[in-house]
Each structure stands twice: as C-alpha cells, then as structure tokens.
Design a protein around this ligand. Structure first.
Ligand code: COA
Length: 389
C-alpha cells in the first residue's frame, strides 16, 4: 500500500493567464489548503513541479521563489522536472515520503505558462518543448512532439489498422467532456467530420487531435494514511504508485506503440494497490494527442492491443461507457500546462471519487487511475486512488 491520502485539491482554470508563475501557483495552492482545512504551519514540505521555465521564462531555481510568494520558506522545498510527467513525479515522491514517515503532510503541485503570454508564439514554444527529445539524435532532425506522437501512432495504425476516424472519436469525446468542466481551456461540441477537416499538424494528427498550449497551476495536499481523517475535507486514498521508464531516443525503444514505461508503471501501481484493470472505474490519461490516449488505454490494460481505437469509436471510454477516460476533458480539451498536468489529474481523481464534479460525474467512481507520461515516453507515472475504506 502506498499509505497516503489526498485531503485537499486546487487548480486554476487552464487557458491563458497574464500572471507570473508564483502568482499563478498561489491561485491553486491556497484553494488546496482551504479545501484541506490545513494551516501552513501544519505542512512539513513543499514538492514543486515546473518543466520549462528555464527556457520559456529565463527563470530557474523556481521552488524558493514560489515558496517565498506563498509564505512557505519554513519547510524544505524542492523542484521536480520530468517533462510532461513533472508534477506526477513530485506527487509520487511526496506519497512515498509520507508513506515512509519522512514527512506527515506535504503540499505538492506544479505550474507552467506555455501561451504567447510568455512572449513565445507556437513555433518558439514548440522548440522549447522539443528540448525534451534527444539532443544529439532527435533534435537535429527537427523532431517535435506532434511528430513524436505521430510516429508512435502511425506504427500503431500500421500494426493494428487503427484509423483516423477512431482517433477523431477521442477528440470528439474529450471536447464533449471538457464542455462540462468550467476549468477547461477548450470546450465546444466537435464532430468527427470537423476533426478530419482540420489542418494537418503532423500526419495523422490534425489541429483537433492535438492538445493546446496552456497556462495553469494545480496543487494538492497529501498526508499519511493515518492522518487521513484529521483534516476538514474528505480524504481519498492513494493506494498505488508506479514509475515506468523506457529508453530515449525513440530508435532505442523495443516497441513504439507498446509504450513500455506506461505498461511497467501500470503493473507496479496495480500491484501496489492490489487491483486489476477491471477494478478501475475511470481514468485520467495523458492524451497530449488523440493517438496517445488510444495507446494508453491498451497499456493500462483496459483493452487488448489493437482494440483501443475501436473501443473509443464504440463509446466505451465516454462518460457512461465501460471505463470513462478523461472525464475532465483531458489534455486535449482541458489543456496542458505541462508542469501542472500531473497534479491536475490527481485533482480530478479526488473530486470524482468525492462525487463533486456535477454533470461530468462518473457513476460509482470509487477507483481511479492517473497516467502522466513525460517526453517521448521515457517516463510514465501511474497513480491509483480509491475511496477511503
Ligand atoms: N484544440 C482545440 N482548439 C485549438 C487548439 C487545440 N489544441 N489549438 C488551437 N486551437 C484553436 C484556437 O483557439 C484558434 O481558434 P480561433 O481561430 O477560433 O481563434 C485556432 O484553433 C488556431 O489556433 P492557433 O493558436 O493559431 O493554433 P496554432 O497553429 O498556433 O497551434 C497546435 C495549434 C495544435 C499546432 C498547437 O496547439 C500545438 O502544437 N499543440 C501541441 C502542444 C504539444 O506538443 N504539447 C506537448 C505534448 S507532449
């Protein structure tokens, strides 16, 4: 058992924000503390995630600056960076620290700004993101992240016959879910035809297959299992964590569509929680591109290899389906401020299991899984959360 409980969550709307990184993080951190009913002097540590601010904002050693802004300079703070899996890794480390008795109660979260508010338009931000690909073997070829996931998805299409229509169904579903989330960057009812009519970004992905560049922040308060009933809010238990890894660059991987890091991370987390994929009621998945969601639903064991595309087209991953995926709208519609994405997924898991999300509520949501993938799947952090026994 991971032995930790989430007792408070907070996040900003994902979208375009004119605030500094510390200001934006405060807008998630204080609501998380309020939600938990935790006073700052009850916290033992601050685990903070940010992926790109050195390149995107000329701002490094950010943890002390953010800690100063939110008045948390009395406890140890540290920054985590794992590309898009940044705050999930901060969260995993916090869970393990409270589980091991190193700390009792920790504030964990992340913040990122990726929109033109940083002064960078899409081409420059695309180059910043591409710093997560291999410096010697991939960057010189011009490989960017839409291209990385296009390669993984093309291979999946080649091996299993997955179609562009099936990918488009993922976008339609996640926009439908995002429509019910007032913190989502994009809502809007899309049709498969609209997705397929969009401009090509990286074949097979069109505009609506891609997550946007977003600004945003998220934060959670995690405490030890034993203290899980000591705070104001209803606690949700973290029963399993897994940290899968794989070789980078892409050429060094044994398989592209298998996403080994996700499979290994899922096995570890399921073993830790003593659950099987069939026990999972819903999942928040790293759908940076529609194809990534299809691959992940297979890696997490929800569907056999090659069945992820048909399952999406048959509505199995929609609210009300067999295993609803990304009820928040996912990265596709909710948005993807990379360092904030991991703990935003934990926020959605917590609020779903508490039954607080209104019309996008998953029925009988007792066990949820978060899948947060970093870079070209070199890192994937998987978290299992369950209703408190
Ligand atoms: N989903 C839905 N709508 C989107 C969108 C998205 N991902 N991205 C942009 N839009 C909308 C905009 O609101 C705008 O609508 P409008 O014309 O009604 O105002 C329109 O589409 C064009 O937006 P624009 O900002 O000009 O798009 P762009 O061409 O600069 O960038 C992408 C679009 C898809 C290329 C860019 O968002 C992208 O590269 N996304 C992937 C980011 C990424 O790689 N993340 C890391 C993942 S691992």
């Amino acid at each position: 058992m991971a032995g930790a409980t989430v007792v408070g969550v907070g996040m900003t709307e994902f979208g375009v924000h004119g605030k500094t990184l510390p200001e934006l993080f405060a807008d998630a951190a204080f609501p998380a503390l309020d939600d938990a009913g935790v006073e700052q002097d009850e916290l033992d540590a601050f685990y903070f995630g940010n992926a790109m601010s050195g390149l995107s904002e000329n701002d490094t050693h950010l943890a002390p600056k953010v800690a100063t802004h939110i008045g948390m300079t009395d406890v140890p703070f540290q920054r985590f960076e794992d590309a898009c899996a940044t705050s999930a890794n901060a969260f995993k480390n916090a869970v393990q620290a409270v589980g091991a008795g190193v700390h009792d109660t920790v504030l964990v979260g992340g913040v990122e700004r990726c929109t033109p508010e940083t002064g960078m338009e899409t081409p420059e931000m695309t180059r910043v993101f591409a710093s997560a690909s291999h410096r010697q073997y991939e960057q010189p070829s011009g490989l960017t992240f839409p291209g990385v996931f296009a390669l993984l998805t093309k291979r999946h299409m080649h091996e299993y016959g997955t179609t562009e229509e099936q990918l488009a169904e993922v976008a339609v579903k996640n926009h439908y879910h995002g429509n019910m989330n007032d913190r989502a960057h994009f809502g809007g009812d899309k049709t498969v035809e609209e997705v397929l009519d969009g401009p090509v970004v990286a074949d097979p992905f069109r505009l609506m297959d891609c997550c946007p560049f977003s600004d945003g922040a998220s934060a959670v308060v995690v405490t030890s299992d034993g203290l899980g009933d000591s705070f104001g809010a209803e606690g949700v238990d973290v029963t399993g964590v897994g940290h899968g890894v794989d070789a980078v660059p892409l050429a060094d991987k044994d398989s592209l569509p298998e996403t080994k890091s996700a499979r290994d991370g899922a096995h570890e987390a399921y073993d830790d929680a003593d659950v099987t994929p069939g026990d999972v009621d819903f999942a928040e998945i790293h759908d940076c591109f529609t194809g990534a969601e299809v691959l992940a639903t297979e890696a997490l064991g929800f569907f056999e290899d090659g069945e992820g595309g048909p399952a999406a087209a048959e509505g199995k991953t929609r609210l009300g389906g067999e295993v609803p995926v990304n009820p928040s709208g996912g990265l596709k519609a909710k948005g993807h401020p990379i360092g904030a994405t991991g703990t935003a997924q934990i926020t959605e898991l917590t609020e779903q299991i508490r039954g607080e999300v209104g019309e996008r509520q998953v029925e009988d949501a007792r066990t949820g899984v978060a899948h947060n993938l970093g870079g070209d799947s070199g890192t994937t952090v998987i978290t299992v959360m369950e209703e408190r026994a």
